[in-house]
Design a protein around this ligand. Structure first.
Ligand SMILES: [Zn+2]
Length: 259
């Protein structure tokens, strides 16, 4: 069973709010220079493709450049990591709801992706806060024991480096937390790669579109639609959820982009 922490409660509050939210107006430009979006949720939405979803959303929420890059890279890597990758790496629970194929369970606290997201969000917050606490303790120790000079400066620099390393582990976990939630919107109640690959573009039955944010899917009827130049509701719901989680992380750790 999952370890419950006080932070899971606050993440679960967001689940109901964001999953049911009406997508807001969002003027994402979906076309690259060739008029296409790379048809993968991975590169377009998780973080590092042309659209740079997670990266851009982190920048918009005042994460610093390096941190936004780290979060987006970890988000994308969730698909291929030995510890979190889906088929054939046997960690489908991060990408599909492996607890139930029921549509009503999608995005609820029984959805395996929501559970993984909550678990990793708590890890991220706890690791980041511990990095800050450990750093403060070490700096206090250094100030008490070192006379001013090169040795003290070096010790302080080492402490800063250690904090950066510890914080990066936290941001990696935040990227995993975001990925699992973003896949709720990408994959709905799909549970297998056969189902995953069965959603085709109406105008081109040879093209799978489940990971293409240009398309919307009605999960109960299987109907695929293309809203037009702007992205559809799946993309906008992902954006809303991502921003909510980024903001909750910031407030949970007292994030300061300049520190
Ligand atoms: Zn995934």
């Amino acid at each position: 069973m999952k370890k419950i922490t006080k932070l899971i409660g606050s993440s679960l509050v967001l689940i109901g709010i964001v999953f049911s939210a009406t997508p807001g107006a969002f003027a994402a430009k979906s076309n690259d220079s060739t008029g296409n979006v790379t048809p993968q949720w991975g590169v377009s939405v998780h973080g590092t493709g042309f659209v740079k979803g997670t990266y851009n959303w982190a920048i918009a929420r005042q994460f610093n450049e390096a941190n936004a890059q780290s979060i987006a890279a970890a988000d994308v890597a969730t698909d291929t990591s030995l510890y979190t990758g889906g088929y054939p790496l046997s960690h489908d629970e991060y990408h599909f709801n492996m607890n139930s194929s029921s549509l009503s369970a999608v995005g609820t606290s029984s959805d395996s992706r929501v559970q993984k997201s909550s678990e990793y969000f708590s890890l991220a917050v706890n690791k980041y806060n511990k990095a800050n606490t450990d750093y403060a303790n070490v700096v206090a120790y250094i100030n008490q024991t070192y006379p001013s000079g090169a040795s003290k400066d070096a010790a302080l620099q080492t402490a800063r480096n250690d904090r950066a390393t510890a914080r990066l582990k936290a941001l990696n976990d935040l990227g995993t937390a975001l990925h699992a939630w973003q896949d709720v919107f990408a994959h709905g109640n799909v549970q297998t790669m056969t189902q995953h690959n069965s959603y085709k573009a109406p105008e081109d039955p040879s093209t799978s579109i489940i990971d293409d944010p240009n398309y919307d899917i009605n999960w109960s009827t299987g109907t695929v639609t293309k809203p037009g130049y702007e992205f559809g509701s799946r993309y906008n719901a992902t954006k809303s959820k991502t921003i909510s989680m980024l903001d909750l992380f910031k407030s949970s750790v007292g994030y300061n982009p300049n520190d």
